[in-house]
Write a protein that binds this ligand. Structure first.
Ligand code: FAD
Length: 946
């Protein structure tokens, strides 16, 4: 393993081999530090807090939840409700009323232990008196969602740098900054457009820091942002005006599987800088603060692997290997080791003692690692320690505390383990195992294998990484230009010919063993996975989907194939039924015959494939009519299906107009069932046509639109809400059945959320869907554009605009996202299938009435609720009549098998696509009863009575 080799043999050209003696020295020092840490810890730090209130026990969890939500919740009713919910003994209203101010004061007092000061001036005054430590000040704040946030972030840092510079202690004082505070689009998609401004801002801050002679370190954030952080850092390190400054620093996270690679690049940069006569770079090594979020994201996106190690020992090993590389490079870099783990500290000290002395320092967070710090003062008095000192105002204190708790709450973290253990020796031995033998094996299955052996999840690219996005854009450009192929529309005659063929083959396909049908669908999934670039190109070019939306469409289609294959195997086997003695009863499922699958353009691959795969899995032959706008994507899926071994007689594709082909399909009495996704009006017309025709009564499985709402109460986190709203309302240009149409904001937080929403909408980019920098592509066609533009004009005349995205002047069916403030959902004329959001305010006491209003529209597809109150989420759950209800997240992107998708009322007939009740709806049921007594009695009865 690379990290193991790097530890033993160094990275590049180590100036000294690692002597065997380092490990015994590390062990004895670790033990001394761990014992010292226990003896000298302060009355309150995270470690103490965890030993009193473990976060996995109700009281600890309650504190954690309260701390996160209480300070930002403006209304008294919600604050009391939070208190009652999270502190069980305060459930009595009288007690809660008295307890609220006490609880708030208590939480603030706790938070103050972790926040250094409320202003930079106060922080500097405090630091002046603490001669033992160096300091790096961190100005607290959420990542920027708007240009205004970013401008505020910039001036906050600029003020801090100026004040710190004036303090006149360059070596001892510095600042840390987060790039996400300096631009609302510090993400892969937005980076190409954001880079120039970001660089200008951060270079400006660096120039001020350099003039003042203080350090400035760029913090590390989520792994997908690491290449962007490195890109900016490299640009800064090369700037002639910053060459002589020795304060430029970067944070490297050891838990990233690419950590050593990143470090290599940083060291190469430091070498170049030195060759150009420049000063050393500072490198702060941390393990990484976003472990859970990284694992979750990798699983959701179906990434090829995790971007972080999944065994704690591997992170520890990579950290110590990276530390060795930094010590080897001391001179061109200034190593800074940020950790609260005495074992990690001991390893580094042992490594440093095995080589010629060089300058380096340790770092800790304010409010953490104080016991260790005290132990180090005793054992290693010459070693400098820098405190990372968060500076922030009241409302930011507790959110910050919660992040620290989250970061250190994992059962694998040293702080947590030390809080539990009474045996430092055992702790040290376990923590040092990584250095002794082969590195521990990964602990989690790969992201696409979390449901194995049941099924593999569709793989997905990491669209958060700029190089990946750029590669995908190139793939789209290089893909065969299928979208230019002329399509000959079928007509009623073509449709009848297809039915003839499908009808003739129906019994044979129904008799084909389920295993064979399922295996063919799994092969189709594999082929689609291999053909992803071409399918994505079709979605982008034919349907105007952005790269991210196109990939999601193809992944969903792949998941449908594998899921329905598994469901067919589960369901299409005889089900034994209760029987009296002397009888055997079984229930079996069978294909109905010919199924018509009529799909829309908004998920040209996923919905088309989902309908067809379900019908085929259930043993039906299929005549599929894709949307008029997207026949080519359907054609490609059909070609792959035939290549995968679905017989040509079982699957027939007939593109054409709904009035012709669709009508011919539903009118034909040989069609035994219809799966339809599209408008409510068309679904009704199909239902009527099916009712009117002769022959057997055919089932209709219809998924239609929705007037989807999201309710936000005052306990929600505005930044999280706005992220969810923007994704829900504007991804796919608002052309999803699940898209958000109506946002309800509790009146107390409406101004804050609307301000953020306005800024976030202004930062979106409308444009060519093949361009990685595009957030919102075009509408599907001119007709949609005409209708929706007309609606927007009408709305502008009636209601105030509360958010809008700029629309670049370009040809095409582009409609800029827009949000109107209306009175309530009753002001909406119906579903408008585009990036148009409606917002209304509500009183929390009217929550039931709001839900009733939404219900009264008759649709029932998706709904969202943002609240930190479980009781409120349950209140909405009990009352709302919707198919998919989401709490504290966006309301789009239902995952096959995990969030089966489909609505009720005007939104569809059910059952849900990608759910366990879907396939039976495509099937007939037959029972089989055998009188086993007929041939001489019931043998089992005879034998059991012996
Ligand atoms: P340990 O208990 O030894 O390590 C815990 C860490 O191990 C976890 O945080 C995680 O990284 C890793 N881990 C946990 N479980 C697993 C697992 N199952 N598999 C693999 N790895 C696992 N973090 C940032 O991300 N960016 C920063 O810019 C940053 N700046 C910091 C500055 C300072 C001064 C300090 C002290 C910390 C900073 N951190 C930053 C936070 C730092 O990443 C956490 O403090 C650190 O994760 C805790 O590590 P430790 O060595 O103290 O504790």
């Amino acid at each position: 393993m690379a990290a193991y080799d790097a530890l033993k043999f160094g990275m590049g050209a180590p100036d000294l081999p690692l002597p065997e003696s380092w490990l015994p020295r590390a062990r004895s020092l670790a033990l001394a530090l761990a014992e010292g840490e226990r003896a000298r810890g302060p009355w309150l730090d995270v470690q103490r807090l965890f030993s009193w209130l473990p976060p996995d026990e109700p009281l600890g969890e309650g504190l954690f939840r309260l701390a996160e939500a209480l300070p930002r919740t403006p209304d008294r009713a919600s604050r009391r409700a939070l208190l009652r919910e999270h502190v069980p003994f305060l459930r009595a209203p009288a007690v809660a009323a008295l307890a609220l101010p006490l609880a708030e004061a208590g939480l603030r007092a706790v938070a103050r232990q972790f926040v250094y000061a409320e202003s930079i001036e106060a922080a500097l005054a405090q630091a002046r008196d603490d001669r033992r430590h160096r300091f790096s000040f961190d100005m607290l704040g959420e990542g920027a969602r708007t240009a205004e946030d970013a401008a505020r972030g910039f001036s906050r840092y600029a003020r801090a740098i100026a004040a710190t510079g004036r303090a006149g202690e360059p070596q001892r004082l510095g600042v840390s900054i987060k790039l996400s505070s300096l631009h609302p689009r510090f993400d892969a998609c937005g980076y190409p457009a954001a880079r120039a401004l970001l660089l200008e801002r951060v270079a400006g801050l660096c120039a001020s820091a350099a003039r003042a002679g203080i350090g400035l370190t760029i913090d590390a954030e989520e792994s997908e942002r690491a290449p962007l952080q490195l890109d900016l850092f490299a640009a800064l390190a090369r700037r002639p005006e910053l060459l002589a400054w020795d304060g430029l620093g970067i944070v490297v996270q050891a838990y990233r599987t690419g950590a050593l690679e990143t470090l290599r690049e940083v060291l190469a940069l430091a070498r170049l800088r030195r060759e150009a006569g420049g000063a050393a770079l500072a490198v702060r090594l941390v393990k990484g603060a976003y472990w859970d979020a990284e694992v979750k994201r990798a699983q959701e996106l179906g990434l090829d692997g995790y971007p972080v190690f999944t065994a704690k020992g591997r992170t520890d090993l990579a950290y110590v290997a990276a530390a060795r590389a930094l010590l080897d490079a001391a001179g061109i870099v200034f190593p800074q080791f940020a950790t609260h783990n005495p074992v990690t500290v001991a390893c580094i000290v042992a490594l440093s003692e095995a080589r010629p002395p060089c300058p380096f320092e340790f770092q800790r967070l304010h409010g953490m690692g104080e016991g260790l710090d005290a132990a180090m003062r005793e054992q290693l008095p010459a070693l400098p320690v820098r405190v990372y000192a968060p500076v922030g105002e009241r409302q930011e204190l507790l959110a910050y505390l919660v992040r620290r708790l989250l970061e250190n709450g994992a059962s694998t973290s040293h702080v947590r383990q030390a809080a539990r253990s009474s045996d430092p020796g055992a702790l040290v031995d376990a923590a040092l195992a990584f250095a002794e033998g082969p590195p521990p094996a990964p602990r989690l299955p790969d992201p696409t294998e979390i449901l194995m052996p049941e099924r593999r999840l569709a793989r997905g690219p990491d669209l958060g990484r700029l190089p990946t996005l750029e590669r995908l854009a190139k793939e789209v450009a290089a893909a065969p230009k299928d979208w230019l192929a002329p399509v000959a529309d079928g007509d009623a005659g073509t449709a009848r010919q297809a039915i003839d063929a499908a009808y003739a083959y129906r019994d044979e396909w129904a008799r084909t063993p389920v295993e064979q049908r399922a295996a063919a669908l799994e092969r189709l999934a594999d082929r689609m996975e291999a053909d992803t670039p071409r399918l994505v190109a079709l979605c982008v070019r034919e349907a105007g989907k952005t790269l991210a939306d196109a990939h999601a469409d193809v992944r969903e289609a792949i998941d449908f194939c594998r899921y329905y294959a598994g469901e067919a195997r589960r369901l299409f086997v005889p089900l034994p039924l209760p029987s009296p003695a002397g009888e055997r009863n079984e229930l079996t499922l069978h294909g109905r015959g010919v199924f018509a699958c009529i799909s829309p353009w908004n998920f040209p691959v996923a919905i088309f494939t989902g309908q067809v795969a379900a019908a085929l899995a259930a043993g039906n032959t299929v005549v599929a009519k894709p949307a008029e706008q997207t026949p080519r994507a359907a054609l490609r899926v059909t070609e792959l299906a035939l290549e995968a071994g679905i017989p040509a007689q079982a699957l027939h594709l007939v593109p054409g107009r709904g009035e012709e082909v669709g009508q011919a399909l539903v009118d034909d009495p040989r069609v035994a069932g219809v799966a339809f996704t599209g408008s409510n009006a068309t679904a009704k017309a199909i239902q009527l046509a099916l009712a009117r025709r002769d022959g057997p009564i055919a089932p209709l499985i219809a998924e239609t639109g929705g007037l989807n709402a999201m309710l936000v109460d005052s306990t929600a986190l505005p930044e999280q809400v706005v992220d969810a709203v923007v994704a829900s309302a504007f991804r796919s240009a608002g052309q999803r059945c699940s898209s958000l149409r109506m946002l309800y904001l509790q009146e107390e937080i409406a101004p804050v959320v609307l301000e953020l929403l306005r800024g976030a909408m202004a930062a979106l980019r409308v444009g060519d869907p093949a361009d990685p920098a595009t957030d919102v592509g075009p509408l599907i066609d001119e007709e949609a554009h005409r209708a929706l533009s007309g609606y927007v004009v009408q709305m502008r005349a009636k209601w105030p605009v509360v958010g809008e995205t700029p629309l670049p002047a370009r040809a095409g069916n582009f409609l800029a996202p827009v949000a109107f403030e209306v009175g309530s959902i009753r002001d909406l004329p119906g579903e408008r299938f585009g990036p148009i959001l409606h917002v209304a305010r509500f009183r929390i006491g009217d929550l039931d009435r709001v839900i009733d209003d939404v219900n009264a529209c008759g649709f029932g597809l998706t709904m969202g609720i943002h609240t930190r109150l479980q009781s409120r989420a349950e209140q909405v759950r009990r009352r709302a009549r919707v198919g998919n209800l989401y709490v504290n997240r966006n309301i789009i992107g239902a995952v096959v098998g995990m969030q089966p998708f489909g609505g009720e009322g005007l939104s569809g007939t059910g059952p849900k696509a990608g759910g366990p009740h879907y396939l039976p709806r495509f099937a007939l049921e037959r029972t089989f009863t055998v009188n086993t007594a007929a041939a001489g009695g019931d043998l089992s009865l005879v034998t059991s009575s012996l």
